[in-house]
Design a protein. Sequence first.
Length: 339
Amino acid sequence: MRFTPDALRLTPAYVLLARPYRALRARADRWLFQLDGAQTTSVVLVQRRIFILPSRHGLLFVAALGLMLSGSINYNLSLGFILTFLLAALGVNGILHTFRNLARLRIATGRVQPVFAGDTARFTLVIDNPSALDRYAIGIARDKRELLFTDAPALQSTAVGVPVPAPARGMLRPGRLTIFTNFPLGLCYAWAYAELDMHCIVYPRPEAGRVPLPPFAADDATGITHGAGQEDFAGLRSYHPGDSPRHIAWKAAARGEALLTKQFSGRAASELWLDWRATPDTLTLDGRLSRLARWAIDAHAAGLSFGLRLPDMTIPPAPGDAQRHRCLEALALYKAAPA
C-alpha cells in the first residue's frame, strides 16, 4: 500500500501504527504463550506453559479484603485483622491449588473419525494424569468458547471428544485449544494452550434424494472381480431398496423374518465405475462431488465393487469399507479444498 504526502497527513496515527503493533503483538504472543504452531502428538503442561490470573470473583474477593483491611485499621479491630488475614491466606492457597490442578497433565491426540460436510467433527483428546492427585473441572475451549468439562482421575487417562463444526469438505484442523480450570474456589483462572497435530477428513455432503447409479461397464475379463458375481451363493445381507427381487430370500420372508438379500460370489460380467464424466455438466464442482459421494455410498451399501475416475486420479474397483473411505477421501481432497 502506497501513501502520498497528502494521504499521510489525512491518515490517523492509529492506522499507521496498527500494522507494526500487530506484528509486535504476534511476536510477543509467540514468545509468552509458546505459540509455535502445531505440536507433534502431545504436550505436557509444565510451569512454562501454565498461566494464572484472578477471575472476576477473585477481583471482587481482593476488593472485599481491601475494604475489610481498611475498616480494621480505622477502627482498630483485632478480630477484623484476624479474619482479613485468614481469608487472604485462603486465597493464596487457592492460587496454589488452581495451578496444581493443571500442572503435569499430558494432553495427547486420539483417533478422529471422518464426517460429512455440515456435521460436527469430534477430535479426541487424551488427558493423562500421572500424579496421585485427582484433577477436577478441567475445561477445554476453542475460539474463546467453552466446549466441555471433564475430570482427570489419578494415575489414569481420560478421553474426551472436542466438537468442532465442519462446514466444508477438505482437511479440518481444530486449531489452538485452551485447557483451563478455576478449581477449587473459583478465585483464579489458570489456562494453557495446546495446538496439536491432528486433523479430520471432511467428506462432501452426499446429494439428497435417490440418485440412480451409473450404468455398469463391460468387464475386460482380466480376472475374478471382487464385486457381486452370479455363480456361488455367498450369504445373506440386509435388504437395500433397489435390490433385484430375484435375489430376495423369500423363504425367510415367509417365515416372518426381515427382508434379506442373497449374495453371490464369482466372476462378475460387469464393473461399476463412478466417473466424473458421467455427472451432468450443469452441476457445479461441489455438486459433482456430492453426486459422486452419493454413488459411492449407495454402491457400498449394495455390496458392489466400484471404482472412481476423477480428472486427475483413478481408483481401481474394489469392495468394502476401505474402498468407500478411499473414494470419499479422494472426493474430499479433490483440488485441495481449503481447510
